[in-house]
Design a protein around this ligand. Structure first.
Ligand code: SF4
Length: 321
């Protein structure tokens, strides 16, 4: 069970235990690393899924913004003006702010209509296990409600090994008749590449170890190479993917262009690829496509030979249940 003191953090209670009037609520951090942490009420906690996620019923994002701040993150496009920052400022400062949906627990708790069989994707525009989750346990509180009051079909998407913490709740959801799949994103076998593109994310080695742990815990798991960045040794990389025991994978290329990409982010990412591929910027895209095609071919061959499933792009992300 979650410590009732943690629940008072959001002014909510999902526990029947009476609050201890002598205890102060834990402090709400306003900064974690380079990210400013803001607390705001949300209008809703379940959002009708559209676009890439249209096969799901709802997306569930406990936070807005993401302190992992991956240089290629598409979620930055969805940043909206709030507080003293415009939408453009939020896009340009992606990775340096997080908004906690402080009423998320109450919103989910007060939902009367059961979510039995409802397809939920958590999360589409944030990482539910980014660093602040360790302190606030907001994602965990939402999972507790899903586990104890509903029977959802839930896909959890993250780049953090911290997802293993909630294996007990994933099992509880399954035991109560719901379904869970955890998607862990692993993007490269090259730590230099990872540090360049995802400097604030845990290493891919730690993510692979977490994937293995999830399999050992009996949690349905999938590794998403989304995007597949530059790979040093595709054969070795495929072997390390197989060593996790995961049998489902999704792969898709890195896109340089996507609508109004965050100017600084796109340029940073492009410069990194150009340097790694030893090509001028004008030649980067075709050279990366060659690299992707070769690596994808080797990885696909090895995974499929081992009896694993490899989905691609949007189809790969369709609900697995
Ligand atoms: S972890 Fe996901 S949401 Fe967070 S910055 Fe990276 S790609 Fe974006």
């Amino acid at each position: 069970m979650t410590n009732p003191r943690q629940l008072t953090l959001f002014g909510e209670s999902v526990s029947s235990e009476p609050p201890d009037p002598t205890s102060d609520p834990p402090p709400r951090p306003t900064r974690l690393g380079r990210a400013a942490i803001e607390y705001r009420p949300a209008g809703a906690i379940l959002t009708k899924a559209t676009g890439f996620m249209e096969e799901y019923d709802f997306t569930l994002n406990p936070y807005s913004g993401c302190a992992f701040g991956c240089t290629y993150c598409y979620a930055a496009f969805f940043s909206r003006a709030s507080g003293s920052m415009t939408g453009a400022e939020r896009r340009d400062r992606w990775g340096r702010w997080v908004q906690v949906k402080e009423n998320a627990v109450r919103l989910l708790e007060k939902r009367r209509k059961r979510l039995d069989g409802t397809l939920i994707y958590m999360s589409s525009v944030t990482d539910p296990y980014q660093p602040i989750e360790r302190k606030l346990k907001l994602t965990r509180q939402l999972l507790e409600i899903l586990a104890r009051r509903h029977r959802p079909k839930l896909v959890v998407q993250t780049r953090s090994p911290d997802v293993v913490r909630d294996a007990d709740l994933f099992r509880e959801i399954e035991a109560n008749g719901g379904r869970v799949q955890v998607n862990l994103t692993v993007t490269t076998d090259d730590e230099d590449v990872r540090k360049a593109f995802e400097p604030s994310c845990p290493s891919n080695a730690r993510r692979l170890a977490a994937a293995r742990q999830l399999v050992e815990e009996g949690i349905q798991s999938c590794i998403t190479m989304t995007p597949l960045l530059l790979v040093r040794d595709a054969k070795e990389f495929a072997a390390s993917l197989l060593a996790t025991g995961v049998e489902k994978f999704i792969i898709q290329p890195f896109h340089f262009q996507r609508g109004k990409f965050v100017a600084g982010t796109r340029d940073d990412a492009l410069a990194i690829v150009a340097e790694k591929l030893r090509r001028g910027r004008g030649q980067v895209m075709p050279r990366y496509r060659d690299h992707y095609n070769q690596a994808e071919h080797v990885i696909r061959q090895r995974l499929e030979r081992a009896g694993c499933r490899l989905g691609e792009g949007k189809d790969g992300f369709n609900p697995p249940f």
